[in-house]
Design a binder for this molecule. Structure first.
Ligand SMILES: *Cc1c(COP(=O)(O)O)cnc(C)c1O
Length: 428
């Protein structure tokens, strides 16, 4: 029996499903998860010492590649001075100032320990600041696993959502309106009906949790103008896109300014961290200044903050994002060229260091279009690439991530592997 199979069987005895986060279990592609033994740069090695080119990068954080020596040194240096204090540190001010300087919409910011905590608190803050209860989210956008956000559209237009998780009482999502991503008319209709009751709209301004889906022209603009017109707050969930699509997130790319922004993933450089920030007058509603409560024993953890500061500093090198975007685009274009050569219905897209691959003839703009792609062919592709030593996200509903260590040789090796895999797929 292989070592991965052995470990998975053992993991299943002590951990539900054998994993600590569901997508790691390979349920949507089948087969045995690879247990990671170590990682360096663009690669990780599994329990059988097989090497993979890694295109998930911890689902986004590993933008500098795994175990970047300067980030590792910052973590080691911080750790020897103690792992957590429960009292403020100068480093927390430093990272707050760095994030404020970089993100156009953020005047004040608070650190938490995960993206889920950031979005959960951002919603509470929006409700507290506006004195309203209803929120709008979009189907296919993931904002962490807080109760009121685990919801899908109900039947019929403008109905309130149904929980997507057992254990969430329908009452807990009764205030959540679920709309389709990129549905401009749906947004206008929801505001026309419920405008005075809507506290906020939360959106992935470029979606990465239903594969990569970009906003169509006018979508984010409409969110901004409807929120402003009706006194609702606009929350950009940039947990994935922040410092991933460019140096200032989607708000920097589009010039559209949200009221509140949530961050995590890249800003911790691989350590657990999250943050929410925005206009000062809104942020002043948070305890101890205002009535919206939020706290965290490990918030602003000194080791995580050290990793974050060093990561942000390295990302500020001139040309970093230009190089990353070129590399990522080269991967997407290379995969498309190989698929075309073998007559496989396939498309790919990218923005900054983030990409999507779709077994459909054109790049989708909705969740329904992702669902209509050839998911069975994706599964076959995923496993064949895994055999070739290339690790893509184990689901057709996830984006992929490229790091600054994925150099031309690594990208070319991936495209060459895809050539062999597409040839096999073409034979059926
Ligand atoms: C990953 C993610 C989250 C949740 O972050 P965690 O750190 O996993 O809790 C929230 N929103 C978006 C857009 C994400 O990609």
């Amino acid at each position: 029996m292989s070592r991965n199979v052995e470990l998975f069987a053992r993991a299943n005895r002590s951990i539900p499903g054998g994993v600590n986060s569901p997508v790691r279990a390979f349920r949507s592609v089948g087969g045995t998860p690879r247990f990671v033994a170590r990682a360096q740069g663009p690669y990780f090695w599994d329990a059988e010492d097989k090497r993979y080119i890694d295109y998930i990068g911890s689902w986004g954080p590993a933008i500098l590649g795994h175990a970047h020596p300067e980030v590792v040194r910052a973590v080691q240096d911080a750790a020897v001075h103690g792992l957590s204090y429960g009292a403020p540190t100068e480093a927390e001010i430093e990272i707050a100032e760095m994030l404020i300087e970089r993100m156009p919409s953020i005047e004040q910011i608070r650190l938490v320990s995960s993206g889920t905590e950031a979005t959960m608190t951002a919603i509470r803050l929006a409700r507290g600041a506006t004195g309203r209860n209803k929120i709008i989210k979009f189907e296919g956008c993931y904002h962490g696993h807080a109760d009121s956000l685990l919801v899908k559209a109900g039947s019929g237009l403008l109905t309130f959502g149904n929980p997507t998780s057992a254990g969430v009482p329908p009452e807990f999502v009764a205030h959540t309106i679920v709309l389709d991503y990129n549905d401009i008319e749906g947004v206008k209709a929801a505001f026309a009906t419920h405008g005075k009751e809507i506290a906020c709209v939360i959106v992935e301004p470029i979606a990465g949790n239903m594969n990569l889906i970009k906003p169509i022209t006018g979508f984010l603009e409409t969110l901004r103008s409807e929120c402003t017109a009706h006194g609702a707050l606009l929350i950009f969930d940039e947990v994935m896109t922040g410092f991933r699509v460019g140096p200032q997130g989607v708000q920097g790319l589009t010039g559209i300014t949200p009221d509140i922004t949530t961050l995590a993933k890249v800003i911790g450089g691989g350590m657990p961290i999250g943050a929410f920030g925005g206009r000062k007058d809104i942020m002043q509603n948070i305890a101890p200044l205002g009535g919206v409560y939020q706290a965290g024993t490990l918030s602003g953890n000194p080791v995580a903050v050290a990793a974050g500061i060093t990561t942000l500093r390295l990302l500020s090198q001139p040309g970093f994002y230009e190089d990353l975007a070129v590399r990522t685009r080269k991967l997407a274009d290379g995969l498309v060229a190989m698929a075309r050569a073998h007559n496989i219905p396939f498309s790919a897209d990218s923005v900054g260091g983030m990409f999507g691959v779709y077994f459909s003839n054109s790049v989708p703009t909705t969740l329904a279009e992702v669902s209509a792609s050839n998911i069975d062919m994706f599964k076959t592709f995923f496993h064949a690439m895994l055999d070739e030593g290339v690790y893509f996200a184990p689901s057709a509903y996830e984006a992929g991530f490229v790091s600054s260590t994925h150099d031309d040789n690594v990208i070319q090796a991936t495209v060459d592997a895809a050539d062999r895999v597409f040839a096999k797929l073409a034979k059926g």
